[in-house]
Design a protein around this ligand. Structure first.
Ligand code: ADP
Ligand code: GN1
Ligand code: MG
Length: 385
């Protein structure tokens, strides 16, 4: 019998599975960082991922964080009488009982494919986005009782925006692939805002807001939603679970899902804040973190939306100037969208601009939701800037 040719090496697959039983393997999902494959068997499926070790210098730390955090959430989920297999990632061990397979200096891991759920790259269904808000809030509620100090920083200074700004300045100075001249307007946009990007890092540093366990990458396609009921299941892509501010998770999810356009839409006229989506997400989120979130955090909710758009816009721009070394282009993107990182940067910076210009309305919406949910605090726009 001739063996099928799969898009990843048999030596990797055979760390986990009997090759003859596999029906098919194919690339899966639209993540920017890892290489993800679906492995299909007659009655079940698994996800295999090559961990991007250019991005995560210490894959052992990544897996250790994931095991600690998923075990903790799993206990809570079971205690609540819910199905841990659908609400939490389940790591599948190698045939040697390890959480990772190291093959030819590459790091691979496997998880149970959550077939009951679905992750959206984009949704126009407010019900789903409200559930996404609940999923992010619930994640923080589960981890409120977890000792944050057990976690290793898998990417140092991940949401330290002032640090990211310094990297941006260095990249411009070096101008490795001679692209600075193509993005002068965007560089100016970033520079003009350099004095308003350290608010959350300062609050954390001054201990005015708590350092918590946060996901740090809450884009919509990292949020698992039940296929049938449209209810929140949980968060996946836990590589960046680290100590941080819950504001990062709130703002990052909005920057992805409360835009009227997708992240790489080149028509900037399409990029606006979707007010309805902002409202439903905020409602879902604040309903779950009630009793956990503190007033100093609530005051910065709208700001965090601005900051996360700005930060990732600046990161895409930095990477474009640096020659696409972090957000690497696929073969297809090289052919069809060679400037995709610049396009994403423009899109995300435009969204940051839209948030800036709608601060009052966004603050009013947060106040409305706070009132509906029985929070005592009322925001004053000056405080939320
Ligand atoms: P990346 O870091 O590249 O974003 P992810 O872990 O987010 O990698 O995986 C990419 C995509 O693969 C996700 O957006 C999701 O659609 C899908 N995926 C990953 N793990 C699972 C899983 N265990 N069950 C179902 N889908 C998954
Ligand atoms: C990356 O891995 P993925 O595709 O879920 C990135 C995020 C960015 C996002 C922008 C580890 O997320 O920080 O916000 O792309 N993840 C990492 O779409 O850098
Ligand atoms: Mg992802």
């Amino acid at each position: 019998m001739t063996r099928k040719k799969f898009p990843l090496p048999n030596v990797v697959l055979s760390e986990y599975f009997k090759l003859e039983n596999i029906i098919d393997v194919y690339p899966y999902g639209n993540g920017h960082i890892n290489h993800t494959y679906l492995v299909e068997f007659p009655t079940c499926k698994y996800i295999i991922q090559k961990i991007n070790d250019d991005v995560f210098a210490n894959p052992f730390a990544v897996m250790n964080n994931i095991e600690l955090v998923t075990s903790h959430i799993r206990k809570n989920v079971i205690y609540n009488g819910q199905d841990a297999r659908t609400c939490v990632l389940t790591t599948i061990l190698t045939k040697y009982g390890q959480t990772m397979a190291i093959v030819n200096d590459e790091y691979w891991r496997c998880t149970r494919f959550i077939e009951e759920g679905i992750t959206y790259d984009y949704t126009d269904n407010p019900e789903i986005f409200e559930e996404a808000g609940r999923a992010v809030g619930l994640f923080q509620r589960h981890l409120d009782s977890f000792q944050a100090r057990l976690l290793v920083d898998t990417i140092k200074n991940f949401h330290n925006t002032p640090y990211r700004y310094n990297t941006f300045l260095d990249t411009i100075k070096i101008d490795r692939v001679d692209r600075v001249k193509e993005c002068l307007k965007e560089i100016e946009f970033v520079n003009e805002r350099k004095n308003k990007i350290d608010i959350i890092s300062k609050l954390l540093h001054d201990r005015k807001i708590p350092r918590r366990v946060t996901h740090n990458d809450t884009k919509l396609n990292n949020i698992m939603i039940d296929k049938i009921t449209n209810k929140a299941l949980g968060l996946i892509d836990l590589d960046t679970v680290m100590k941080g501010s819950l504001l990062y998770d709130y703002g990052d999810a909005l920057r992805c899902g409360a835009s009227t356009a997708e992240e790489d839409d080149v028509n900037l006229d399409n990029v606006k804040v979707n007010m309805e989506f902002f409202k439903v997400f905020t409602r879902g989120y604040l309903s779950e973190v009630k009793g956990i979130i503190v007033d100093e955090e609530i005051k910065k909710l709208v700001y965090s939306f601005f900051l996360m758009c700005f930060e990732v816009g600046m990161r895409f721009l930095t990477d474009y100037i640096d020659g696409d070394r972090y957000f690497k282009l696929t073969h297809e993107q090289k052919q069809k969208r060679p400037n995709i990182n610049l396009e994403r940067a423009r899109n995300q910076l435009k969204l940051a601009y839209e948030v800036e210009n709608n601060y009052q309305q966004l603050t009013n919406i947060v106040n409305e939701v706070l009132g509906q949910l029985g929070y005592r605090i009322v925001l004053d726009i000056e405080e939320s800037l």
